[in-house]
Design a protein around this ligand. Structure first.
Ligand SMILES: [Mg+2]
Length: 415
């Protein structure tokens, strides 16, 4: 089998890639919906792929893997890897999880990082109200992640939040990302804030966590997306203060999101000083860049995204290596779209028992649920997704419904 074409269409805001072969089998991959600008970068790899046998996934990846980097520049390589597995699975007539070593679980746990409600403010009562809504969500999540501190609008909304001034543009409403035309407000303020917290704001963060835990009790785990931008001293103080709440993890305190380095020694200092699990990794590309974090026991949980780390096999390898070092795995995925969701289910079914849960992607716009077929309905039950057995990633486009969302330049995307 030979690759005959590589295409990319931005559907909604997700770059979707399609690889065609001379045997009529095709594969899909997807990149985060925060990267609608990725298309030319995907097409850059086309000439490296034409003529290769897509079922020799690793051999193909050896041609392009070195031409990638930390988020967002590892995304195209990662999406291509995903599509190669889709083809390899279809060609063999088996689901991708069997090619990755076979499933060790029939249902895969997810955590909520994407079912979001607009918050009235960033005070303890607002966070408590937010948790009440998420707890009642139909998905029955058993773990919920909440943005606090520099990862939320707190630096803009809480006076004197840190000893530095607030930077960038304050996100409106939802503390996450607001669609603004074809771009995302996040790029106006890509977690630009950093600095020493005032005592008042440290107490504020702790009070918000206390309010959330008072709603969630010990039935639902609470994870916190915190930064980046914290100073080591604040991270230690707050992580220690939160120890009685048995937080699942504190994410990206020092570096993370779009920081193109890890600062493993700084993380190690925080991790060694507290029993609260410290987490990072969503921006990191390739196993080599996890080496310091893992071998130096710098964090307790890592959270790479399959759409940024270099693909599914890379995510699996890093999970196995983390497990050898007593480090847990909770993959990032909130922007990964429905093809990304399928890929996450396939790889996470195969991960060892240091796996906690992956971040459940919520498709935007809503019509994505109409144009993709192959997913269970409902997708999540009791916080879990049942692993399906269809060949490849097991999802495909409902082309009749999807065609209307293709740009005029992409009308041949399904051909
Ligand atoms: Mg995060």
């Amino acid at each position: 089998m030979k690759i005959t074409d590589l295409k990319c269409a931005v559907i909604g805001q997700n770059p979707v890639i399609r690889i065609n072969t001379d045997e009529g089998i095709y594969g899909y991959g997807q990149a985060e919906n925060t990267k609608p600008y990725l298309k030319p970068h995907v097409l850059f790899y086309k000439n490296y792929l034409i003529g290769e046998d897509p079922t020799n996934v690793e051999r193909v990846m050896m041609k392009i893997r070195r031409m990638g980097s930390y988020k967002p520049w590892g995304a195209a390589v990662s999406a291509i890897e995903m599509a190669l597995w889709d083809i390899a699975g279809k060609a063999a007539g088996i689901p991708v999880y069997k090619l990755l070593g076979g499933k060790i679980r029939d249902k895969v746990r997810v955590y909520n990082g994407g079912v979001r409600f607009s918050m009235k403010g960033y005070n303890p009562e607002d966070y408590a109200e937010d948790m009440r809504k998420m707890k009642a969500a139909a998905e029955g999540f058993t773990i919920i992640k909440s943005p606090i501190s520099f990862h939320s609008a707190m630096p803009y909304q809480i006076p004197n939040f840190s000893y530095d001034e607030p930077r960038g543009v304050a996100p409106q409403g939802n503390p996450y990302f607001q669609p603004k035309g074809n771009m995302i407000a996040m790029f106006d303020a890509p977690h630009a804030n950093r600095g020493l917290l005032t005592e008042k704001s440290m107490k504020h963060v702790i009070a918000c966590v206390e309010a959330m835990k008072s709603v969630l009790g010990d039935e639902i785990g609470l994870a916190l997306d915190c930064g980046p931008g914290w100073m080591v001293t604040d991270a230690i103080r707050v992580a220690r203060a939160l120890e009685p709440f048995n937080i699942m993890w504190m994410e990206d305190l020092l570096t993370g999101d779009y920081t193109p380095y890890t600062l493993a020694d700084n993380y190690r200092e925080v991790t060694q000083a507290t029993s609260t699990p410290i987490h990072t990794g969503e921006q990191i590309y390739l196993r080599q860049n996890f080496k310091d974090l893992i071998e130096r026991y710098a964090v307790r949980v890592i959270g790479p995204d399959p759409e940024d780390i270099g693909g599914l096999a890379e995510l699996k390898w890093v999970t196995e290596y983390a497990d050898l070092h007593g480090i847990m795995m909770a993959p990032h995925g909130v922007f990964d779209g429905l093809i990304g969701l399928a890929a996450l289910v396939q790889v996470c079914a195969t991960l060892p028992q240091n796996y906690i849960a992956f971040e459940y992607p919520v498709a935007k716009p809503e019509w994505w649920y109409e144009i993709i077929k192959g997913l269970p309905n409902p997708i999540v039950k009791g916080g879990l997704i049942e692993v399906w057995d269809t060949p490849g990633l097991g999802v495909d486009f409902n082309e009749d419904k999807a065609r209307q969302y293709l740009a005029s330049e992409d009308q041949d995307f399904f051909d």
